[in-house]
Design a protein around this ligand. Structure first.
Ligand code: SF4
Length: 425
């Protein structure tokens, strides 16, 4: 048995230099980052990933950790474009590559987005019923984007945080699925699993820190978040002549048959799915096609449900910090006509996350982004309600009292409020 500090052996991973995170790469406000968080962020690196892989190669099996990698669906178009593959082949290539490194399981985070959307739908309907008595029940603002949530919690504080949806984000739900549901199935203690998430942005690294040990299962949901660009860099420096492999599922030996996505041009589609559900539940209206109307720009759009000339539901999508700031100003002035807003920090949504859509000189790579958007649009949409496995999981995993806590988060008031909207994004 060899310990962590043993000299590196031949064949171990050592090619990459330490990954560096520049806060200009991150959409969160860097003045909100504490020194402790800064130090913890250095763990969110390819170096840490290789450290655990190498430990598994060197140490006694009793000390091994089960390596699980979860891949966000918005990362797959990047790998498809980068390696000139179809999205299904890109997913299989990535999975085969990660397994050749020593990763034990590769999952798709779409199932976590399913749960996040289903919980958001229920919460919206509940808030809609409450909003005559509880002024802050509406608008409901999505909480799936950590760049936006961090800004709301750290900078905007109490006037805004009660409006944040309490359903966990897809990454946080995936953390619960891996460290709680999957760990129980495999008869493993949560800390025996090292969970890596592959994501389009650096903000998800901060999100992994935010959850920390407060997760219901007592362990950090994601131990390490790597951006798509960081993973592609490892692939470019490695032997890619490995066997492709199908992505695993949380349901025994079953594999993911196809790549799927949710509705939404570059997001997990909370707006579209909550809108359809609310129209049916609250007004018994079946919505087939959702029509978006661009307002100030194409990153600020609205969707309405109207009947007999009356607006029953008014939803909006606000992407990018300029639109977010305008939205907040309206909210603070009390002139806010929306029941629900899907808020994302990146203009055009998650495909343009800075962990995958940047040129080497730090600018947005528009050609690559267009390519990714077209690849993403061709992925088949599967609504969360149609998954039979999900319904079973709800019964088996979340049926007991209190278990639903693993799907909900609280949004604290700011550690220190900057009290200004004058932040340059
Ligand atoms: S919108 Fe941008 S910052 Fe927010 S989750 Fe998506 S990629 Fe990350």
């Amino acid at each position: 048995m060899k310990c962590e500090h043993c000299t590196r052996k031949k064949g171990e991973f050592h090619r990459l230099a330490d990954a560096k995170i520049f806060l200009s790469d991150c959409l969160a406000c860097n003045s909100c980052l504490t020194a402790e968080e800064g130090a913890q962020l250095s763990q969110q690196s390819t170096k840490e990933f290789f450290r655990v892989l190498n430990l598994n190669k060197r140490c006694d099996t009793s000390k091994h950790r089960v390596l699980v990698v979860s891949v966000c669906p918005q990362s797959l178009p990047y790998f498809a474009a980068k390696f000139n593959l179809s999205v299904t082949d890109a997913s299989r290539r990535l999975c085969g590559f990660l397994k050749s490194l020593g990763v034990h399981y590769v999952f798709d985070t779409s199932i976590a987005a399913d749960l996040s959307i289903l919980e958001s739908q229920k919460e919206f309907v509940r808030r809609f019923h409450q909003h005559n008595e509880e002024q802050r029940a509406l608008p409901m603002l999505t909480s799936a984007c950590p760049g936006w949530v961090r800004y709301a919690e750290r900078v905007l504080g109490h006037p805004v945080t009660p409006h944040l949806c309490a359903a966990k984000s897809p990454q946080q739900v995936m953390g619960s699925l891996v460290k709680d549901y999957f760990a129980k199935q495999q008869n493993l203690a949560p800390e025996k699993i090292f969970h890596v998430v592959v994501a389009p942005c650096y903000d998800k690294k901060l999100e992994a820190l935010r959850e920390g040990l407060s997760a219901a299962h007592g362990a950090q949901g994601a131990d390490c978040v790597l951006t798509s660009g960081e993973v592609a860099q490892i692939m470019e420096q490695s032997d890619l002549s490995v066997k492709d492999a199908a992505v695993d599922t949380l349901f025994g030996d079953m594999k993911e048959a196809t790549v799927r996505r949710h509705e939404g041009a570059g997001s997990d589609g909370h707006l579209a799915h909550v809108f359809r559900h609310a129209a049916k539940e609250l007004f018994n209206e079946h919505v087939e096609e959702i029509t978006y109307r661009a307002l100030r720009n194409k990153d600020f759009q609205e969707v309405t449900l109207e009947k007999d000339g009356e607006v029953l539901l008014r939803f909006a999508a606000a992407y990018g910090f300029r639109n977010i700031q305008n939205m907040i100003l309206k909210l603070k002035k009390g002139k806010f006509p929306y029941h629900f807003v899907e808020v994302l920090a990146c203009p055009r949504g998650c495909l343009s996350g800075r962990g995958q859509a940047q040129t080497e000189d730090g600018h947005s790579d528009k050609t690559l982004l267009r390519q990714m958007e077209s690849i993403y649009a061709d992925i088949p949409v599967q609504p969360p309600e149609t998954s039979a496995h999900l319904q079973e999981m709800y019964q088996a995993w979340l049926g007991s009292p209190g278990a639903q806590e693993v799907l909900h988060a609280t949004h604290p008031s700011p550690v220190r409020c900057l009290g200004s909207l004058d932040i340059r994004w």
